[in-house]
Unconditional design. Sequence first.
Length: 373
Amino acid sequence: MNRRQMIAQCVGIGASLMTMRSTMALPVSRPPASVVFLNPGESVEHDTGQHWQLVSRFMAATAGRFGMQLEVLYAQRDHLLMLRQTESVAARSAAPDYVVIVNEKMAAPQMLQTLARSPARVLLIHNDLTEAQRAQTGNERGRIANWIGTVTADAERGSFRLMDYLSRLNGSGPARVIGITGDPATPVSAQRATGVQAALARRPQDRIDQLVYGDWSFSDGRDKARVLLSRYPDANILWAANDSMTLGALSAVQERHCSTIVGGLGALPEAVHSVVRGDLAAIVAGDQFIGACAMVLLHDYHYGADFAQVGGPRQRLDYLKVLSGSDARRYAEMAFQGRTPLDFSGFSRLQRRRAGAYAFDLDALLNSASKAA
């Protein structure tokens, strides 16, 4: 390397360091962020489980860590109520800084259009828009300027890991898989099914006998599993796309006293405890944390560290983890039985003066909680 090249390289390194320092600068002085979460779920537990209540709980704990104000409006799984709540928030004279929404029942494009009238910035979580919806609505920071981003967990990677684990548990013989996914119009349902198919495609002897759609409830999971087990008595693996359907499917397997391996996604307390007891083979954890992750991104954005600079405005976070055995026991202790809520503030790029992409990591979260206990 000649002297000119060395000088150029040093200048480049210096510029990179200056950019990093400016990105990680101390927060500008401004009041803490106010956030409204339009939660599509139920405020009390019903047949579909407490997923959305847990999303709100971990969001609230993270808001508390950062001093943010969080208001949660539950739509009770009624998308028409959710649209009315959106209208009400958009009409407020004192708008919140941010509104967090979900593409439940494919309602997000209408919600985005409604919220475009508000000065609040909008973040979409959990269920992304479909490509057809994006063709009509546009993308983040486009035609709807106050739609600043989308944050989802990588459901495809999560279900791939689940099926990889269940297949290895099944042994060297062919996998005969039956499955229950969610609403066919919901993007996360399709992503979970795609991940399962990708895991099974690696060996020609493995196959999915049938995949059916469900309504996310225990009773529907049990009823669908009864039909599938009768139709495919040789099935050795059964998976479902959320906890409630997975536990319903497990109930059907136990009724028949068969040896079908059962696993799913979600990690509600009752599902995790079922893994600890050895009834469910495995459950994929992390979906309830998507709101907490979103609060971290909003906190940083509010104080000048735009998440779009590290991964773009459309963030797909790869942190979902398969729980089995001792991992499930540790998760239950840390997530549901700990004296203090799990602390997501350590993932803040501002809080830790950290450059680079966000690195949400479930093991790191549980380890830090274990040390604090």
